[in-house]
Design a protein around this ligand. Structure first.
Ligand SMILES: *[C@@H]1O[C@H](CO)[C@@H](O)[C@H](O)[C@H]1NC(C)=O
Length: 171
């Protein structure tokens, strides 16, 4: 029996891919040590680069899209509203979508609401959709292109970070 070039390629893939997947260095997995690295990861997923603030210390992305972002400390950043970032933000990243599992809340009037989902459905619309549970916010993509400075304030962790981002009153 002789293998055609085509079937030997298939055979090669069948034999090699499971081995590659079992290793640590798969294509989708990534880790980095600055907000610049994270910018590239977000852009490669069709999302605006500045979804996280500048004080990103490191991040880790595994092959299932689990993203963990580490900041120096819990802090508040000013977008079109204030956004709270916990020291560790966990999310699932896929193309055009960041499903936030914990560590990010937005101020809406008097309430701090956990961000659940950040979605770019149609890149040509220039819009980003943020699901905060009670509502979907449609915001301009361009507002999230630059990472803002994130400022820590005494007590913000107690107020916001310690309770996994349930809807909380501000004060
Ligand atoms: C996040 O991703 C993990 C691993 O792929 C999955 O098990 C989990 O259900 C996802 N969570 C959400 C809320 O989508």
């Amino acid at each position: 029996m002789s293998l055609t070039p085509r079937s030997s390629v298939v055979l090669f893939l069948v034999l090699i891919l499971p081995l590659a997947g079992a290793g640590t260095g798969t294509a989708a997995a990534a880790a980095g040590y600055s907000s610049d690295d994270l910018h590239k990861v977000l852009e490669n997923h069709g999302l605006p680069a500045g979804l996280f603030p500048r004080s990103v210390k490191s991040y880790n992305l595994d092959q299932n899209g689990r993203l963990e972002v580490h900041l120096d400390e819990p802090c508040l950043a000013q977008y079109e509203t204030r956004v709270f970032f916990d020291r560790v933000v966990r999310a699932n990243l896929s193309f055009g979508q960041l499903k936030v599992l914990e560590g990010m809340s937005r101020q809406e009037l008097f309430l701090w609401l956990p961000v659940k989902d950040i979605i770019v459905r149609d890149p040509s619309s220039g819009l980003i959709v943020i699901d905060i549970g009670l509502a979907f916010k449609h915001l301009s993509f361009s507002r999230f292109e630059d990472s803002p400075v994130c400022r820590s304030k005494p007590g913000i962790w107690l107020k916001l970070g310690g309770r996994k981002g349930a809807g909380l009153k501000d004060q």
